[in-house]
Ligand binder design. Structure first.
Ligand SMILES: Nc1ncnc2c1ncn2[C@@H]1O[C@H](COP(=O)(O)OP(=O)(O)OP(=O)(O)O)[C@@H](O)[C@H]1O
Length: 337
């Protein structure tokens, strides 16, 4: 339902031309929550803003529901944009207007009747859990409540797509969780496609179905969140995953290792089986678990273990091939973790 083909966005700056987005192609299915992760300057905002043409792409195409946005005239684009909601890190509420008026404003622009507006605003405030704050002003709200108002406003015109620009980056971890839960609920209840950009892997793990990793304007890795967590290919992706799985080993352990250090990833139900203990009983080896964790990504278990396997080389080889037949990812570290 969203497709980006060969998108380029470059800027003219004093230092010359800066390429924000460098030939990106992506497909995002209807009803999906799609995360785009990257460090500052990777091109996430530029890409997101090209999806509703807040930024005009330098070249390439943007399709939303088969409509190519860059080919629309001004009034067609205005109409198309009503179906693409957007929320931001800093909320951008109008401080002189109440919560009700902030949400109603978006509907007034779409020329709805007064009763229609009242009914819809009250319904939206109910959805975001702020019915009791309708007469409050933004200054009287917490950050999480402000973002809820912004979400209600973004949903005012029944969009099919919601773009989230670092929507939880200004919030504390508990409020972040609550806002992500609300986004998930909206995604499920209203069938909304959500594209979010973030620099936090936790946000991706919490609600995204798919993720694209950006670096220097390019998408360097892409896939389902589960697969990317289970088997990251690029160093940057591994770095992001490490921020929540913390699998770095102390240098001291690596320097003093007696056997082989291996990383074993168990996917799905395999994570709950006793493969490691079977291996230890079957072969003449000893194993020290250095790190072990079972993560649940959308309730599907993903087990990641790092262990030192000690014994005769031939026995270690046999043990590892035993494991290899039962799991999809087995990495052997010789000198580094
Ligand atoms: N209006 C602009 N003029 C000049 N260069 C820009 C402009 N907007 C973005 N850039 C440059 O494009 C590149 C990508 O920026 P972008 O803001 O899209 O990255 P980002 O991943 O969203 O980072 P951040 O999270 O810091 O916003 C950067 O090198 C940035 O300096």
């Amino acid at each position: 339902m969203i497709e980006v083909r060969n998108l380029v966005k470059s800027y003219h700056s004093k230092k010359g031309i800066v390429v924000g987005v460098d030939h990106v192609s992506l497909k995002i299915a209807k009803g999906e929550i799609f995360g785009i992760i990257g460090y500052s300057g990777a091109g996430k905002s530029s890409l997101l803003r090209c999806l509703n043409l807040l930024e005009k792409p330098t070249s390439g195409e943007v399709y939303i529901d088969q409509v190519e946005l860059t080919s629309l005239n001004k009034s067609e684009l205005r109409k198309a944009r009503l179906k693409i909601g957007m929320i931001f890190q800093h909320f951008y509420l109008v401080s002189s207007k109440t919560v009700f008026e902030n949400v109603a404003f978006a509907l007034k622009a779409a020329r709805k009747s007064k009763t229609e507006i009242t009914d819809r605003v009250l319904w939206l405030l109910e959805i975001v859990g702020l019915a009791d704050k309708k007469d409050a002003f933004p200054s009287q709200l917490s950050g999480g409540q402000k973002q809820r108002v912004a979400i209600a406003r973004a949903l005012a015109n029944e969009p099919n797509v919601l773009l989230c620009d670092e929507a939880t980056s200004a919030l504390d971890p508990t409020t972040t969780k609550a806002i992500l839960k609300l986004l998930k609920k909206i995604n499920e209840d209203l069938g909304l496609t959500i594209v979010l950009i973030t620099h936090e892997m936790e946000v991706v793990k919490e609600i995204c179905d798919k993720v694209a990793v950006m670096q220097s304007g390019r998408v360097i890795e892409e896939g389902t969140v589960y697969e990317v967590f289970a088997n990251p290919k690029e160093d940057l992706t591994k770095e992001f995953i490490n921020t929540i799985l913390h699998f770095g080993l102390p240098d001291r352990l690596i320097a003093n290792k007696k056997g082989k250090i291996v990383k074993i990833v168990f996917k799905g139900e395999v994570a709950e089986e006793s493969i490691v203990s079977d291996m230890l009983q079957t072969f003449k080896i000893r194993g020290n678990i250095l790190h072990g964790k079972i993560e649940y990504i959308k309730e599907v278990p993903l087990g990641i273990f790092i262990m030192e396997v000690i014994g005769e080389s031939i026995e270690i080889e046999r043990a590892l091939s035993f494991i290899k037949q039962r799991v999809e990812v087995l990495e052997v570290f010789d000198d580094a973790a």
